[in-house]
Design a protein around this ligand. Structure first.
Ligand SMILES: NC(=O)c1ccc[n+]([C@@H]2O[C@H](COP(=O)([O-])OP(=O)(O)OC[C@H]3O[C@@H](n4cnc5c(N)ncnc54)[C@H](O)[C@@H]3O)[C@@H](O)[C@H]2O)c1
Length: 266
């Protein structure tokens, strides 16, 4: 083990959706800790990026694209130690548009298939291709980015919540299958955090409608709903992922870490 506390120097990671928001912060923190990071995301030029990561164009919903990204990573960097299944999408949609004003915000099959493909099928495809590589050397870590919505359910986001709940169940089950190969599988469930690319105007409009409020009425006063009284920082998510990636977390598998400042149902 290296002399740093986390000892991540020289490890190789893939971060899906690493071009924006949470994934970008995870990428940068892993880089700070000496990890070689491949960013697998939809749009960009393949190659070295200014932050030191290596970009590979990849659609997590496409098996050929995922398999190529994993094999190319091993070819270029010699191994794959850490997979962060982070790419995700969220379209706020009601099960039933009970106000009858905006049928486009009622969950359609197309919206359902899109969210399930990115948030649920993507992690499955990436975990499968990555675990095959990790098996060869008898160690590895898979970190799935779930959401507090996947633990608690979220009004106006039932399909999103369901995909994130699926990620929690994948985490438990894969940990049971892969533990004997020294591959750990862990999930994180962030609550409300600093704005990322996910919170677009279209997202805010859809969410407001599904909650029966105006966009301005979407709560930003967290003093009551979050015990720590504020939203989470992207760096706080990245710190947790770095820790879980490291051998300091060597006895942690099959579980989901809620990181939400203490926010809960009550
Ligand atoms: N932002 C939040 O409040 C929050 C809370 C809990 C969980 N999450 C989860 O964190 C993860 C990251 O979200 P974020 O807020 O940083 O969003 P973001 O939109 O800023 O980043 C998501 C990234 O995923 C990429 N992506 C989308 N579809 C893809 C595909 N098919 N193939 C490859 N890449 C794809 C996007 O291009 C983007 O770079 C998601 O899984 C999200 O569900 C976010």
């Amino acid at each position: 083990m290296s002399s740093s506390w986390l000892g991540l120097e020289g490890k190789v990671a893939i971060v899906t959706g690493g071009a924006s928001g949470i994934g970008l912060n995870i990428t940068n923190e892993l880089l700070n800790n000496g990890v070689k990071v491949v960013v697998a995301d939809l749009n960009g030029e393949e190659g070295q990026q200014s932050n030191g990561s290596y970009f590979m164009k990849c659609d997590v919903t496409n098996k050929v694209s995922v398999d190529q990204t994993v094999s190319k990573t091993v070819e270029l960097f010699g191994s794959l130690d850490i997979l962060v299944n982070n790419a995700g999408v969220n379209l706020p949609r009601l099960l039933v548009d009970d106000q009858g004003e905006k049928p486009e915000y009622e969950l359609s099959e197309k919206d359902f298939d899109f969210m399930v493909a990115v948030n649920q099928k993507g992690p499955y495809l990436f975990a499968q291709a990555s675990a095959k590589e990790m098996l060869k050397k008898g160690n590895g870590v898979i970190i799935n980015v779930s959401s507090e919505a996947g633990q608690e359910g979220s009004a106006g986001q039932s399909c999103y919540s369901a995909t994130k709940g699926a990620v929690i169940a994948f985490t438990r089950a894969w940990a049971k299958e892969l533990g004997k190969h020294n591959i750990r599988v862990v999930a994180i469930a962030p609550g409300i955090i600093e704005t990322t690319g996910l919170r677009t105007d279209a997202y805010n409009e859809a969410l407001a409608y599904t909650r029966g409020v105006t966009v301005d009425g979407l709560s930003t006063d967290y003093s009551k709903s979050i015990p720590l009284g504020r939203e989470g920082k992207l760096s706080e998510i990245a710190d947790l992922v770095s820790y879980l990636s490291s051998d300091r977390a060597s006895y942690i598998t099959g579980t989901t870490f809620n990181i939400s400042g203490g926010k809960s149902r009550g």
